[in-house]
Design a protein around this ligand. Structure first.
Ligand SMILES: Cc1ncc(COP(=O)(O)O)c(C=O)c1O
Length: 360
């Protein structure tokens, strides 16, 4: 029988998480299976987050969450020097992306971006009749001229992921600024900073200060990556007043729960954990860069916790890694893998595996 669901969702397929970890472990007789395909924090999360969970009371659970999430928004506002009222909390950036599409995209509106990048905004926009316009990168860089030419009278939103997933590239703020100078005021420019905490100097690389300068800019962040709480689902966006009331009207009132709020506040307080994550990640990145250069493999310079690597017979490499207990994935281009930077001991094993793969 034909589905009665709306026609705009026909392009969507049910998210396929692949075989379960248990099934893979049984199939390949593995003691452990290390996840290096979702760019989660391989060092876990701050112990303060677990402590915050332990302190949750029955009363916390019995009542509805505050629809305002004031405590967390104030903590975030202090950290990022923005107005707490400009912050919208969501269940991860996944929900923010959905909210952006529902709030802004109408039939025939275009969502402009470059490729390869994180594609979720395009499929969500299509649910509302939006049309993706994706400009292929030129080598390792965004084709800014192509992007400007891609702007039409139907462009409603532009999506920039900085640093970019899957390439890991950090866009200099000046490049974004130059681009913004040419973007019409009625186009919303969404800057997804999911991996910004991994950069050398997040304070000077973030586009957060641009929100005040350019009302068409929105910046979003997640706690799923460097803060290590992907399972808690904590994301937020910073918007100019001109967009806030529309987004808040579409957002479900109790979308963000008190447990998430408590965990995020605890995570925010542990600067040492963040710093340690950054340090360990950088050290591992250096070891991989050295190794890849020695092996003559091309990779993109990365400001994140993953590397995008050009490697022969990538599918076979992914399979060998799986059989050795590591989940990595092919991504975007032929013979490219995206590898979440592992903990040091796993890195040693994996580089050996890469080396053997190249020999055979
Ligand atoms: C660039 C980018 N944006 C957004 C997300 C979604 O993050 P969240 O876990 O906050 O939903 C991801 C997840 O991998 C991502 O890589």
């Amino acid at each position: 029988m034909e589905s009665i669901a709306k026609k705009n969702i026909r392009h969507l397929s049910v998210f396929d998480p692949g075989p379960s970890e248990q099934a893979l472990k049984e199939k390949y007789s593995l003691q452990t299976l290390t996840r290096l395909f979702m760019n989660e924090n391989v060092y876990g999360c701050s112990p303060r987050v677990l402590q915050a969970l332990r302190e949750v009371t029955p009363q916390d659970l019995a009542v509805y969450p505050s629809a305002r999430t004031d405590q967390l928004r104030q903590a975030l506002a202090r950290k990022h020097q923005v107005d707490p009222e400009s912050i919208v909390m969501t269940n991860g950036l996944d929900e923010m992306i959905l909210l952006l599409a529902r709030t802004f995209i109408e039939e025939g509106d275009e969502v402009l971006g470059h490729t390869p990048t994180f594609p979720e905004i395009y499929s969500q926009a299509r649910v509302d009749g939006g049309i993706p316009v994706m400009i292929p990168d030129k080598g390792q860089n965004i084709d800014w001229d192509g992007m400007l030419q891609g702007i039409s009278s139907r462009t409603k939103m532009i999506y920039l992921c900085n640093p970019n997933n899957p390439t890991g590239r950090l866009l200099p703020l000046e490049e974004i600024r130059d681009f913004l100078e040419h973007v019409p005021e009625d186009v919303l420019v969404v800057i997804d900073e999911a991996y910004m905490e991994y950069t050398q100097d997040p304070q000077s690389s973030t586009a957060l200060p641009l929100v005040e300068e350019y009302p068409q800019v929105a910046v979003m962040r997640t706690f799923s990556k460097a803060y290590g709480v992907a399972n808690a689902r904590v994301g937020f966006g910073v918007f100019s007043p001109k967009h806030l009331s529309a987004i808040d009207a579409v957002r479900l009132p109790f979308n963000f729960n008190t447990l998430n709020e408590k965990m995020a506040i605890a995570a925010l307080k542990d600067e040492d954990f963040l710093e340690e994550t950054r340090k360990l990640n950088e050290a591992e990145k250096r070891r991989w860069e050295e190794f890849l250069t020695t092996q003559g493999l091309d990779y993109h310079p990365s400001a994140t916790n993953f590397l995008f690597i050009h490697v022969p017979r990538a599918e076979a490499l992914v399979q060998k890694a799986l059989e050795a207990g590591y989940r990595i994935i092919t991504h975007s281009y032929e013979d490219h893998v995206r590898l979440t930077l592992p903990a040091a001991s796993d890195g040693v094993v994996l580089r050996e595996l890469f080396k053997n793969h190249l020999k055979n």
